[in-house]
Design a protein around this ligand. Structure first.
Ligand SMILES: Cc1cc2nc3c(=O)[nH]c(=O)nc-3n(C[C@H](O)[C@H](O)[C@H](O)COP(=O)(O)OP(=O)(O)OC[C@H]3O[C@@H](n4cnc5c(N)ncnc54)[C@H](O)[C@@H]3O)c2cc1C
Length: 451
């Protein structure tokens, strides 16, 4: 892995900055250091590897015209460029490995009108702001990460995978999740390329290595009034069976189906869902019209409803929404109080595999399941809590999962291929040759890129 930083010198950087003219930029060390970080510190391994990585300047384009100007200058002076949304990624995706500039997209936050159930947005638009704008016309985002209140749509598309809503619409990689993307290339004469349909997925989960997204078209879902619900069970596997049933209940409106094993609920104090020691907790977002059939299922499976609030009331009161206890917020709730925890991301082929891993690892790995739809089926994904001891043991835990048919999307690497995909995505790489021929976009993240 190498990067062409050979011509980057202090004078190149100052010439670059001088030519930016009125495009906002900042070289204050504190600002640059803060904008060079994301949530990589979730991983003890990445924490050690990435803590020292810092850029030389932050540039904040206001428009696509600004992006074109910056991209042209970065090519002229051979300056590495790492695009940034809100910096909530977990794998150091937005951390510059080779210095250069951070392109902060936060000011490009335009949100257009809903047309035929889709919306065109600037990459810096916050997910929560998109919903705020589209809901009055009856539409909402199909899915969002649990960082909904802070993350940008550009960062979600380029760095995320799915989340709340994936129980209905699968993940971002699913055909149809993205309608289109406008992408600026990094070369002496930058071009704007409009990707439509599945071609837009070339820049999805590519960590900003193969183009700068300047606009996105996002298909939406009909908006519903959601109710946040928590259900306690004395037995975790019974909760898991209940979640599968809810996930498969096609007549029930749902947006979130999560199961966590004890002691995770002990860290959910602010949720105010009273649970006895040893309980497993299910967390749900259920459409208001489906509350009765949902309650019937709770009773049939022997659960106890311990929390129920309308999502709108929770938002109005400023309380923490239920999804901020799910997906990768579950790990965060523990990290607030425990130093020796980290996590995995994996897929279970069935609930028998969950039980087998539960028995294999006991309290060393605490189960956290997220139920999602994939290829028309409800499937079991997991972001298990690992009570961390050493890197060797973490790798052993990963290897044992994989040897038992439970693939792990390793969150302890910043290399694109070593996370989920395992192999280089040929289409992403081919598009990188078109959009970043100098290899200056987020260099060091895509293993398949060699000059
Ligand atoms: C507590 C917590 C919970 C999380 N839960 C989830 C979850 O449920 N689901 C999920 O998928 N993720 C989750 N994440 C990861 C992350 O929050 C999301 O993926 C989020 O959408 C990233 O958005 P961002 O604006 O912060 O992007 P950033 O972190 O700033 O960027 C992410 C990647 O996208 C690239 N990028 C950003 N903007 C552009 C652009 N305009 N053009 C090209 N590349 C660009 C960056 O270079 C970087 O590689 C979680 C993270 C945390 C800390």
């Amino acid at each position: 892995m190498h990067v062409r930083t050979d011509s980057l010198s202090p004078s190149a950087l100052s010439s670059f900055l001088a030519e930016l003219s009125d495009i906002p930029h900042d070289t204050a060390p504190n600002t640059v250091a803060a904008k060079s970080r994301d949530f990589f510190w979730y991983s003890p391994i990445l924490k050690e590897r990435l803590a020292h990585c810092v850029a030389e300047a932050v540039v904040t384009p206001r428009s696509e015209t600004d992006v074109i100007a910056v991209a042209g200058l970065a090519a002229k002076y051979r300056i590495p460029l790492t695009v940034r949304g809100a910096g909530t990624g977990n794998y150091g995706q937005a951390v510059p490995l080779h210095g250069g500039i951070i392109l902060d997209m936060i000011a490009m936050d335009a949100i257009g009108p809903v047309v035929d159930g889709a919306v065109r947005v600037g990459p810096g638009a916050k997910l929560k702001d998109i919903d705020r704008q589209t809901r009055p016309s009856g539409w909402e985002l199909r899915m969002f990460p649990s960082t909904y209140r802070t993350a940008t749509i550009g960062g979600f598309i380029a760095g995320g995978s799915g989340g709340v809503g994936s129980i209905n619409y699968s993940g971002l990689a699913e055909r149809g999740s993205i309608g289109g993307a406008r992408v600026v290339t990094l070369e002496a004469e930058p071009r704007v390329i409009e990707l439509r349909g599945f071609d837009a997925h070339w820049v999805q989960h590519a960590y900003g290595t193969n183009g700068i997204i300047t606009e996105l078209e996002i298909p939406l879902a009909p908006a519903l009034a959601w109710t946040e619900i928590a259900v306690a069970f004395s037995d975790f596997m019974q909760l898991a069976r209940f979640c599968l049933k809810v996930g498969r209940a096609d007549g029930i409106f749902k947006k979130l189906v999560t199961a966590v094993e004890w002691p995770i609920p002990r860290y959910f104090g602010t949720l105010k869902a009273p649970v006895t020691d040893g309980s497993a907790l299910g967390l749900f977002m259920i459409g208001r019209a489906s509350l009765v059939p949902f309650a019937e299922l709770v009773e049939a499976f022997g659960g106890a409803l311990v929390y129920q609030q309308n999502e709108a009331d929770v938002a109005a009161s400023g309380a923490v929404p239920i999804y901020e206890y799910t997906w990768n917020h579950t790990t965060l709730q523990l990290l607030k109080r425990e130093k020796n925890v980290t996590y995995l991301q994996s897929a279970f082929p069935d609930l028998a595999a969950v039980e087998a891993m539960q028995q294999t690892f006991g309290s060393e790995v605490t189960q956290h399941l997220e139920f999602v739809r994939a290829n028309g089926e409800v499937v079991v994904r997991a972001l298990q809590i690992v009570w961390y001891t050493t890197a060797e043991r973490l790798n052993e835990i990963i290897a044992i999962h994989e040897s038992r048919g439970c693939p792990v999307f390793n969150p302890h690497t910043y290399i694109l291929e070593d996370g989920g995909m395992k192999v280089t995505d040929a289409a992403q790489l081919a598009f990188k040759r078109v959009a970043d021929p100098l290899g200056l976009l987020n260099p060091g993240k895509m293993r398949g890129w060699t000059f």
